[in-house]
Design a protein around this ligand. Structure first.
Ligand SMILES: *[C@@H]1O[C@H](CO)[C@@H](O)[C@H](O)[C@H]1NC(C)=O
Length: 151
């Protein structure tokens, strides 16, 4: 019991830090550096990154945003939403097991499950389907346009 109680302050601290995530320029910069090193443009992430972590052995990463984010993806202006936590597994030129990014297309929301970098193109995977876009459209982190609408 004493042991449990001694953990309490830590849990409260953890809870607090989860609730009050603020955009953190250093985490954004770190995430950008990693993305670039793995062959991806920085514009895949919105600019409200609050925290960022990666396991360099497994490639598992987790990105915490200060809030859910809605933005318009170039060049076809698809609406996309980012969850507060975006997770996945990254290796050179390949992001897999992606969780937290969805796009609106053909009157439906689709989860982007993976992203590949292929020469000058980015290939977005939605399950078995994929769509290719020039990577030059993703040079800069887009600002969030607002909170996630009902979906
Ligand atoms: C990182 O990934 C490796 C391989 O999956 C795993 O053995 C290790 O425990 C992970 N480290 C952390 C800190 O989660």
């Amino acid at each position: 019991m004493a042991k449990l109680l001694s953990l309490l302050p830590f849990s409260i601290l953890l809870l607090f830090s989860l609730c009050s995530a603020k955009p953190n320029p250093n985490s954004l910069k770190a995430a950008h550096t990693e993305l670039t090193a793995f062959g991806f443009p920085v514009g895949l992430l919105p600019s409200n990154v609050a925290d960022y972590s990666i396991n360099h052995t497994s490639g598992d990463f987790s990105i915490k945003l200060s809030d859910q984010c809605m933005l318009t993806l170039p060049p076809d202006n698809y609406l996309a939403t980012y969850s507060k936590i975006v997770r996945g597994k990254i290796v050179k030129n390949k992001i897999a097991q992606l969780d937290g990014i969805r796009v609106r297309a053909l009157f439906q929301w689709w989860s982007i499950t993976g992203i590949r970098s292929s020469g000058d193109d980015l290939v977005f995977e939605v399950g078995m389907l994929s769509a290719k876009y020039p990577a030059k459209n993703f040079k800069e982190s887009p600002p969030c346009e607002g909170l996630k609408a009902d979906s």
